[in-house]
Design a binder for this molecule. Structure first.
Ligand code: HH2
Length: 266
């Protein structure tokens, strides 16, 4: 899953793709590098405390870009990264097929119904707090992080099922870096088998995140590609099957090779 942040303020690539022409160019690059899904986002959840945007502003950023991607790359699946039901509905109307909700249906009570109505795929990510605090450590206190995340994602799954979303439409995400210090993100990766025990495919978003920077000593987020690859290959071996990344080629190539080895080892 290639990341397309149509935002002025995302933590590692803010302002690079907030112009539609450059966004589409970046989508084309990610498709050429092997992305199967393009995740389009119009609102940052950056660790420094993000500024929430209105649904109208968010839709103005993402809808034209989604339309263009669907038209130009019909083989690619588009996902919309939003916590707002209204934006999800607009994106689905423009051709998106997956809603990636970093609040796991916590923040907008209308989100589950929009997804159920569209029969789209949903990514339920674990987080705590609202858009401006979920990327910070404000809510990062846990007795046992893996158990807490599994329990709290259980609430997201229940909301999805209550709205009529099918089990086969659900993907879970541990929310690396969201209300999680580096040790929590590492524990979540190590604990992926416990998340998988809930019975859904798991997506991980390790790309360029702080824990990767802390482990590698690389302070510039855009230079954390090698560390990102390490996290993704380890996650693959622990059971993750979807990988949300800024730099598609390195992770795609590493994961294809790691996957081939895993299959040959069976
Ligand atoms: N991480 C970010 C945003 N959306 N979605 C899922 N499912 N999983 C993640 O780990 C995840 C996500 C944060 O990264 P990014 O989009 O690069 O930054 P920003 O929120 O500043 O736009």
């Amino acid at each position: 899953m290639g990341i397309l942040n149509v935002t002025p303020d995302s933590f590692s690539d803010g302002g690079q793709f907030d112009d539609p022409a450059r966004a589409i160019e970046q989508a084309a690059r990610m498709v050429a590098e092997g992305a199967d899904i393009i995740d389009v986002g119009g609102e940052s959840t950056r660790p420094q405390g993000a500024t929430p945007v209105t649904a109208g502003e968010e839709q103005g950023r993402v809808v034209p870009v989604i339309r263009a991607i669907v038209e130009q790359f019909p083989q690619v699946v588009v996902s919309i990264d939003t916590v707002k039901a209204e934006t999800a509905a607009a994106a689905l109307g423009a051709g998106a097929a997956i809603v990636n909700d970093v609040s796991g249906f916590r923040l907008d009570p209308g989100m589950a119904a929009v997804c159920a109505g569209a029969r789209c795929g949903v990514v339920l990510m674990h987080s705590r707090g609202d858009v401006s605090t979920m990327g910070t450590y404000q809510h990062a206190s846990y007795d046992a992080v893996v158990e807490a995340v599994v329990r709290e994602l259980g609430g997201s799954i229940a909301a999805a099922r209550a709205a009529g979303i099918g089990d086969d439409a659900i993907v879970l995400d541990p929310g690396l870096g969201f209300a999680k210090r580096s040790e929590h993100s590492l524990s979540m990766l190590a604990g992926l088998p416990e998340l998988l025990a809930l019975g859904y495919p798991v997506l991980v978003g390790a790309s360029r995140k702080r824990f990767v920077g802390e482990l590698t000593g690389v302070t510039v987020p855009a230079e954390r590609s090698f560390g990102t690859v390490g996290a993704n290959v380890a996650a693959l071996m622990l059971g993750a099957r979807l990988f949300r990344v800024h730099d598609v080629a390195p992770s795609r190539q590493a994961l294809d090779v790691a996957w081939a080895v895993m299959r040959a080892a069976r």
